[in-house]
Design a protein around this ligand. Structure first.
Ligand code: ADP
Length: 307
């Protein structure tokens, strides 16, 4: 199978990460470990994952400041083999995320969008999107850019949306959507339900608006639901979680890469799950994205029947 073409439209942030013994409560100050400065942002993370872990011909559509953080991100994207020629440099600081990570690998994140507020789909970006097999977006950039990107794809190309962080989706996004990827919290937000609801019932509610839904379930793997087909649970690999930052992004990038080369959704979710599991075993976001060989090896080991 030849490598599919993926365009990821989204955010790029520098992650400022501090390990903490526990997350502080409101009004509380605690001491953490040394500060780490690493490339992140949902869009850039997913582009790195599609290219490095998914093996797709990947273009990133996004905006960076004319600053050192922007250079750091360009270097990380290019290092993973992502095409960066339609990335724009703008007169706002590169997006920044403040992240704390507790010993159990749970994280909290605050994002200053900066340049990400200026992501747009102009002529050069439209041309690249029109040549893609899959257009993948998230919600850390203006919704107008997401809608424009979806609308620029050719007939037959898939629009995959990772609806994170949570926000209400206008009808024009729902109408364009081919595959929705969310975690349980985002799924509950979209249906106005409770996170304690079974993923199967959240997926069933979402299928009223979109024909295919993937709900990621952390260490429990993921759920793949398509209209008129029984939902499939994809179990996770058992790994030791070091840092869950970027697991969901790695999952989305690899899912898009697999879909771009014509793999069906359940098999794409197996590959994506293997990549997500490998990502949580290493610190960082883009730095934690595994290579394609490790992903296919783990996915093959998981699908082999056990004696
Ligand atoms: P998000 O970070 O967006 O909430 P998840 O935590 O659901 O996303 O992680 C995305 C995917 O990564 C999961 O569906 C799963 O396949 C994999 N994954 C995440 N955490 C673990 C873990 N602790 N062990 C194994 N796989 C994991």
């Amino acid at each position: 199978m030849s490598a599919g073409r993926v365009v990821v439209v989204g955010s790029a942030n520098v992650d400022l990460v501090i390990d903490v013994p526990r997350h502080p409560a409101g009004g509380e100050t605690i001491l953490g470990g040394d500060l780490r400065r690493t490339p992140g942002g949902k869009g850039a993370n997913q582009a790195v994952a599609a290219a490095r872990a998914g093996g797709a011909d990947t273009t990133f559509v996004g905006a960076l400041g004319r600053d050192e953080s922007g250079d750091l991100l360009l270097g990380s994207l290019a290092g993973a083999g992502v095409r960066t020629d339609v990335v724009e440099r703008v007169d706002s600081p590169t997006g920044t995320a403040l992240i704390t990570v507790s010993p159990d690998g749970e994280n909290t994140i605050v994002v200053a969008p900066g340049a990400n507020s200026h992501v747009r789909v102009g002529t050069a970006q439209t041309e690249r999107i029109a040549a893609a097999d899959v257009v993948l977006a998230q919600l850390e950039i203006p919704l107008g850019a997401v809608v424009a990107a979806a609308g620029a794809r050719r007939a037959g190309a898939l629009f995959v949306l990772n609806a994170a962080p949570s926000r209400e989706l206008p009808d024009e996004v729902w109408e364009q959507l081919d595959v929705l990827v969310v975690n349980e919290h985002e799924a509950a937000d979209l249906v106005g339900g409770s996170t304690s609801a079974e993923p199967e019932s959240l997926a069933a509610a979402l299928l009223a608006r979109v024909s295919a839904v993937v709900i990621t379930l952390g260490a429990l793997g993921s759920l793949v639901a398509e209209r008129d087909v029984p939902a499939v649970r994809v179990p996770a690999a058992q790994v030791e979680a070091v840092d869950t930052t970027g697991a969901g992004d790695t999952y989305c990038g690899v899912l898009a890469a697999a879909l771009a080369r014509g793999v069906d959704l359940a098999e794409a979710a197996r590959l994506a799950g293997a990549a997500g599991a490998l990502a949580v075993t290493r610190p960082g976001a883009q730095d934690a994205v595994p290579d394609a060989g490790a992903v296919t090896a783990l996915a093959a080991a998981l699908s082999r029947p056990k004696n």
